[in-house]
Every structure is written in structure tokens, then in C-alpha cells.
Design a binder for this molecule. Structure first.
Ligand code: CA
Length: 152
């Protein structure tokens, strides 16, 4: 039973986002590559995990599309983003006190975000923007060249 698998600690309450992710289509290869680049970019001490400090240091709500379109204030965008991130993260870790985010957690999170974004360029803009990857989103630019930018 799906319910039993997910109903780990919160009695009768399945984390909705966790449940959704298993029903989602996986990220397309180009989007997945970008998300993995973002992970490497955020993981400044290269230990293969993202600490909360590393996430906070890189997360930049000023470039979130909802902020740019004035749908959300900076604080709302920051809260919603980090809140969803933490919810998914603790759901993935069975609500144990695991503070570091693995690459698969990170990919899951973006898989969820991806459902709300149709256009390739918008997805790139979001990932590059909120994770402060300092790359200009350009339709002609390939993920390959973005990797180049990030590594240097
Ligand atoms: Ca790290």
C-alpha cells in the first residue's frame, strides 16, 4: 500500500509533495544536467551534500520568476522555496534529523518545480537565477557551455 510506505511518522498524514514526486515525469536530460550543475555549484566544500548554510549562501530569491513578475514578495518567495525544500527533504529522509541534502533530494525537488514550468528557457532561468549560478539564460546556449561557465 502506497499509504503505508509514506506514512512514516506523521500518523495519517502523507507528505503531499513526496507523494507527488513519485507520480511525476523525470526531468529531461538537459534539465537534469543543469540541476546537477547547480548541485555542484552549491556544494562549495565538495562533500557531495548540501548543508543548510551552503543552500542559504547560494539561494537568491531576487531572481525567482514569481518575484520578477511581482506575484510574490522577496520574503514570500524565500519562505515558499525553502519551506518546500525542507518539507521534501525531511519526507525523503523519513523525518529523521538529516540536515544535509543529497543530490537525489535536490533532483527530486527540481522535478517537482519542473512540473510548474513548461519552457526550457524558463526552467534554466529559474535554476540559474535562484541558485545564483551567474550565467545568462540564452535560448542558444547549451547546457554544455553552462557547465563550462560554472566550472571556471
Ligand atoms: Ca557540502
Amino acid at each position: 500500500m502506497v499509504f503505508q510506505i509514506y506514512d512514516v511518522k506523521q500518523v495519517g498524514k502523507i507528505p503531499y509533495e513526496r507523494f507527488l514526486i513519485d507520480l511525476l515525469t523525470p526531468l529531461q536530460p538537459s534539465r537534469l544536467a543543469l540541476v546537477k550543475d547547480a548541485f555542484k555549484h552549491i556544494d562549495t566544500n565538495n562533500d557531495g551534500l548540501l548543508s543548510l548554510d551552503e543552500i542559504k549562501a547560494k539561494f537568491d530569491p531576487t531572481r525567482h520568476p514569481d518575484v520578477l513578475s511581482k506575484k510574490k514578495s522577496l520574503d514570500e518567495a524565500r519562505f515558499d522555496f525553502l519551506n518546500l525544500f525542507t518539507t521534501l527533504h525531511s519526507a525523503n529522509n523519513n523525518f529523521k534529523d538529516q540536515r544535509a541534502v543529497s543530490e537525489s533530494d535536490f533532483v527530486d525537488y527540481h522535478t517537482y518545480l519542473n512540473t510548474q514550468i513548461e519552457r526550457e528557457c524558463d526552467f534554466k532561468k529559474l535554476v540559474v537565477g535562484v541558485w545564483n549560478m551567474d550565467v545568462i539564460c540564452d535560448e542558444k546556449q547549451k547546457v554544455q557551455s553552462m557547465t563550462h561557465f560554472i566550472d571556471h
